[in-house]
Ligand binder design. Structure first.
Ligand code: ZN
Ligand code: ZN
Ligand code: ZN
Ligand code: ZN
Ligand code: ZN
Length: 400
């Protein structure tokens, strides 16, 4: 017979002690787990030929997991048994089931593990019997004693050690303490302790909020002054690599060296590149400037936001046309016309002012300003990137 703790462990992990075997015409050596040396419990076998060793499910799984955990620490050690190898044959463990083992197991009979139970049970019914056996004892949540499982409910309802909660202060304690020791002073003291703890938490939160307020106030003050992070380490990204030439030795020039004529549309396509890729609408603002070096075709200045395959773009062109391209659309549609234009030699300033939810484009040479409005940026979510699209061969922008 096993101790109740051992029974619980066996139910969890498996491996029936050989001593439980009752009568067997079967050679038990075949049914023993090579890890725990008990009778196989929910057997799993190694599928490598000439091995076919069976293990308890729990034993082999924990063996493999343990090897896994070790191998991450002992990378250098040339372990002959690496993470998923069979403990017997040392080859890769390929999980399989062996019908013969099951047949043999089904022929054995076992004594019940619970003391006071005299039943002999066929292997296949063993787990079910042990779990439901009327002699099975379970631990009381209060006094920790093992009580017959069908008496446990009754016992716990009367056990003086069972944990209960005070309805007023919600402190948990053994029932006997609540009845004898937990008087109203004790209860009030607990309530005060809880209140103190809550106050302390609130105060910590208050301090954190205070720090945040200071942080944002500082940021806002900087934003209001128009303090922006000025980008002058330009990075350009484009999928039209062959069509653009970027000079980055002090003079940051992006030049379209090969245009792309679209025969269907009977016009040039716009080829685009991105500057410093994408921005999140944090509190930092960004600005950069470019000079239009040459412009024979049109130039689109835009922002775009992509979510997976969908993207939303807005652009403004030299004619002051503000256009939008919807998700999965390949054409821009005009949404309004503004008094904004630019041409060769003009210096264009690009500002992202997240605090004001604004993307401002200024033609410094002609003193013209254009803003993509709040709604347009909101439509793009938190992340977007800016781009420039050129149309004609030789057209170029210089980044200042
Ligand atoms: Zn085992
Ligand atoms: Zn093996
Ligand atoms: Zn029993
Ligand atoms: Zn108890
Ligand atoms: Zn209380």
């Amino acid at each position: 017979m096993l101790q109740e703790e051992e029974v619980e462990l066996m139910l969890e992990q498996g491996g029936i002690p050989i001593s439980q075997l009752c009568n067997s015409s079967v050679n038990i050596d075949l049914l023993q787990c090579p890890i725990c040396f008990n009778i196989l419990w929910k057997p799993i076998a190694c599928g490598q030929d000439r091995c076919f060793s069976s293990f308890c499910q729990y034993c082999i799984e924990s063996w493999l997991n343990q090897k896994n955990a070790q191998s991450t620490f002992e990378e250098e050690e040339e372990t002959f048994a690496n993470e998923s190898n069979c403990p017997k044959c040392k080859r890769l463990f390929i999980k399989t089931e062996i019908p013969l083992v099951k047949v043999l197991l089904s022929q054995i009979e076992l004594k019940c593990v619970h003391s006071d139970c005299t039943q002999v049970i066929p292997y296949e019914e063993y787990e079910n019997h042990i779990v439901n056996c009327k002699e099975r004892k379970k631990q009381c949540r209060g006094c920790q004693q093992y009580i017959l499982q069908n008496k446990l409910e009754e016992h716990e309802s009367q056990c003086s050690q069972i944990p209960v909660e005070c309805q007023k202060c919600h402190k948990r304690m053994p029932k006997c303490d609540l009845e004898s020791k937990h008087d109203k002073y004790n209860c009030i003291e607990n309530l005060f302790k809880i209140q103190d703890q809550q106050l302390e938490n609130l105060y910590t939160q208050y301090l954190m909020c205070d720090d945040m307020v200071n942080y944002y106030e500082e940021k806002i003050a900087r934003m209001m002054k128009g303090d922006l992070i000025i980008l002058n380490e330009y990075n350009f990204f484009t999928i039209f690599t062959a069509n653009y030439q970027f000079t980055t030795d002090n003079l940051y020039i992006a030049r379209l060296v090969r245009n792309s004529y679209n025969h269907n549309k009977q016009k040039n396509d716009f080829l685009h590149f991105y500057v410093d890729y994408h921005f999140t609408t944090g509190l930092e603002g960004y600005e950069w400037k470019s000079r239009v070096i040459r412009l024979r075709g049109n130039l689109l200045i835009g922002v775009c936001s992509s979510q997976l395959s969908n993207s939303v773009d807005f652009i403004v062109n030299r004619l002051g046309e503000v256009k939008k391209k919807e998700e999965n659309d390949n054409r821009y549609h005009i949404i309004r016309k503004v008094n904004f234009t630019f041409g060769e030699g003009d210096v264009i300033r690009f500002q992202i002012l997240p605090f004001m939810q604004c993307l401002r484009i200024t033609n410094e040479t002609r003193h013209l300003t254009f803003c993509f409005n709040r709604n347009e940026l909101q439509e793009m979510g938190d992340q977007y990137f800016s781009f420039f699209s050129l149309e004609y061969q030789g057209d170029a922008l210089q980044f200042l």
